[in-house]
Write a protein that binds this ligand. Structure first.
Ligand code: UD1
Ligand code: CA
Length: 456
C-alpha cells in the first residue's frame, strides 16, 4: 500500500533566536530534521516531502537526495504549508503521514502504529494525541459524548473549559490522500492568529460525516516539540540516553552514560569500553575491544580493534589495530597510523603517516611526515615543517632511530635504519644505515664548579 509523508518545516522558529533555521539545529551531532526523516523512512515512506520556507536553501541542501522539497514562501499556517506539498501528492492513492520537523524523538514504530490504526479503522483522518500534565500551548482534542473526536482547538482560540482538556494534538496525523487537498483549499484563516490551521480539517471532516480517528500515545516525551534552546538541550539529553542505550545493548560498555557523548552516526564494535568524559563525534567508527577515554574526543575517525585512546583528541584520522594513544596526544586531521603504533604523552601529529610498529612516545611534534615501519622517535623530536612560507615534508625510513630532541628541518629524508644523535638539528638528508650527529663538542672543565663555590 502507498504511504507518503509530508514534514512541515517552513516555520522560522522565532524562539530559537537563531540565524539557523530551527530544524537544522543539531541534536547529538545531527540536525533535528534528519531524525524525523529517518523515522518517516523507517516507517515505510519512500520519498517524503519536506515543506521549507525560512532558510529554505539551507534546509533543502540538508535533505537533498533524501526528500522532495516543496516551498512555502509565506508562512500562513499549517494548512497552507501542507497545501504546498499538493503537487507531489494529489494523484497518489493511499495514505499520508503529516508531522512537524521539530519533533525528533518520534519513533518509526509510533508512526507505523498510527498508520496501522488509521488503515484498519477506515477513517479519513487519524490524529496522534497525548495526555499532558501541562497542555499549555498545544491544540486541545475536543471529544463528543460518544468519545469520538469532534475538533481540535488551538490554545489561543480555546474557551476556559477547553483549556482544561489535557489531551493534546501532537501535530502528527495520518490522512487519506483522497479528498484531502480539496478540503485544505477550503480552510479559512478565521481564528485569533489569522492563520490557515491544518487542525480545521478535523472539524470539517466531522461535519461532513467522514470518520476521524485518534491514537493516544502512551509516552508523551516522544512528541516533545523543540521551540527554544532550553527544550533543545532537554531533548538532546533524552536522545543521548537513547543512543547510548542502543550502544550498550549492542555490546559496548559505557561506564558513565551521564558524561559520555556519542553522535548518532558513530559505530562502535563489541566489547569496546568507553570511559567517562568522552565525546565521539561525526562519522567515527571504532572497532572491537578498544578502550576509549577517559577524557577523549574522537571526531570523524576510523579506529581499528584493540586500540586504547586516553585523555586525547583525534580528528579526521585513521588508526590501525592495537595502537596506543595518549595520555594527552593531539592527532590532527589526515593522521594515519598503521597497526601497533604508539603515540604517547604530549605528542602532536598532523597530516602524517606512521608505519606499523612505529613509536612516538613523548613530547614530540610530527607534521607533514611519512614514517616507515618500526621507527622510533625520541622524546622532544620536532619536525620543522614550516619555514614561515610553506610546509615541507619529512621522510623517515623503516627502523630509523631518531635521537631525543632532534630537529628535523624539512624537507629532509632519513634513510632506513639510520640514527640521529640526540640534540641534533638535521638539515641534510641522512642515508640508510648512517649516523648523523650535529652537535658542538662537549667541553669539560674539571673542578670549575667547586672553584666557583669557594670564591663566593
Ligand atoms: C501545531 C498545531 C497544534 C499542535 C502543535 C503540536 C496547528 C494549527 N496547530 O501548533 O494543534 O498541538 O502543532 O506541536 O496546526 N509550519 C510551516 N508553515 C507554516 C506554519 C507552520 O511549515 O506556515 C510548520 C512549522 O515549521 C512546524 C509545524 O509546522 O514544524 C508546526 O507549526 P507551529 O507553528 O509550531 O504550530 P503550533 O502552533 O505549535
Ligand atoms: Ca510548535
Amino acid at each position: 500500500m502507498n504511504l507518503a509523508a509530508v514534514i512541515l518545516a517552513a516555520g522560522k522558529g522565532t524562539r530559537m533566536k537563531s540565524k539557523l533555521p530551527k530544524v537544522l539545529h543539531n541534536l547529538c551531532g545531527s540536525p533535528m530534521l534528519s531524525y524525523v526523516l529517518d523515522a518517516v523512512t523507517a516507517a515505510g515512506v519512500d520519498q517524503p516531502v519536506v515543506v521549507v520556507g525560512h532558510g529554505s536553501d539551507q534546509v533543502a541542501r540538508q535533505v537533498a537526495g533524501l526528500a522532495q522539497i516543496a516551498l512555502q514562501t509565506e508562512q500562513l499556517g499549517t494548512a497552507h504549508a501542507l497545501l504546498q506539498a499538493g503537487p507531489f501528492l494529489q494523484n497518489l492513492p493511499g495514505q499520508l503521514l503529516v508531522l512537524g520537523g521539530d519533533t525528533p524523538l518520534i519513533e518509526a514504530d509510533t508512526l507505523a502504529g498510527l498508520v496501522r490504526s488509521h488503515r484498519s479503522s477506515g477513517a479519513a483522518a487519524t490524529v496522534l494525541t497525548a495526555e499532558m500534565v501541562d497542555p499549555t500551548g498545544y491544540g486541545r482534542v475536543v471529544r463528543g459524548q460518544q468519545g469520538g473526536v469532534c475538533k481540535i482547538v488551538e490554545q489561543k482560540d480555546a474557551s476556559p473549559e477547553e483549556k482544561r482538556i489535557r489531551e493534546i494534538n501532537t501535530g502528527i496525523y495520518c490522512f487519506e490522500v483522497a479528498g484531502l487537498f480539496e478540503a485544505l483549499s477550503l480552510v479559512a484563516p478565521i481564528n485569533v492568529q489569522g492563520e490557515y490551521y491544518l487542525t480545521d480539517i478535523i472539524e470539517m471532516y466531522v461535519n461532513e460525516g467522514r470518520a476521524v480517528g485518534a491514537v493516544l500515545l502512551k509516552d508523551s516525551t516522544e512528541v516533545t516539540g523543540i521551540n527554544d534552546r532550553v527544550q533543545l538541550a532537554e531533548v538532546e539529553q533524552i536522545m543521548r540516553r537513547r543512543l547510548l542505550r542502543d550502544l550498550m545493548k549492542s555490546g559496548v560498555t559505557v561506564v558513565d552514560p551521564a558524561s559520555t557523548f556519542v553522535g548518532r552516526k558513530v559505530r562502535v564494535g563489541r566489547d569496546t569500553i568507553i570511559h567517562p568524559f568522552t565525546l565521539i563525534e561525526g562519522s567515527t567508527v571504532i572497532g572491537e575491544d578498544c578502550v576509549i577515554g577517559p577524557g577523549s574526543r574522537l571526531s570523524n575517525t576510523t579506529v581499528g580493534s584493540g586500540v586504547t585512546v586516553q585523555n586525547s583528541i583525534v580528528l579526521d584520522s585513521l588508526i590501525g589495530d592495537n595502537c596506543n594513544i595518549g595520555p594527552f596526544s593531539y592527532l590532527r586531521p589526515e593522521t594515519r597510523l598503521g597497526n601497533g603504533v604508539k603515540v604517547g604523552d604530549f605528542v602532536e601529529i598532523k597530516k602524517s603517516l606512521l608505519g606499523a610498529g612505529s613509536k612516538v612516545p613523548h613530547l614530540s611534534y610530527v607534521g607533514d611526515a611519512t614514517l616507515g615501519e618500526k621507527v622510533n622517535i625520541g622524546a622532544g623530536t620536532i619536525t620543522c615543517n614550516y619555514d614561515g612560507y610553506k610546509k615541507s615534508p619529512t621522510h623517515i625510513g623503516d627502523e630509523a632511530f631518531i635521537g631525543s630532541n632532534t630537529n628535523l628541518v624539512a624537507p629532509v629524508e632519513i634513510g632506513a635504519r639510520a640514527v640521529t644523535g640526540a640534540g641534533s638539528t638535521i638539515t641534510r638528508n641522512v642515508p640508510a644505515d648512517a649516523l648523523a650527529v650535529e652537535r658542538a663538542k662537549q667541553n669539560v672543565l674539571p673542578g670549575w664548579a667547586a672553584r666557583k663555590k669557594e670564591k663566593k
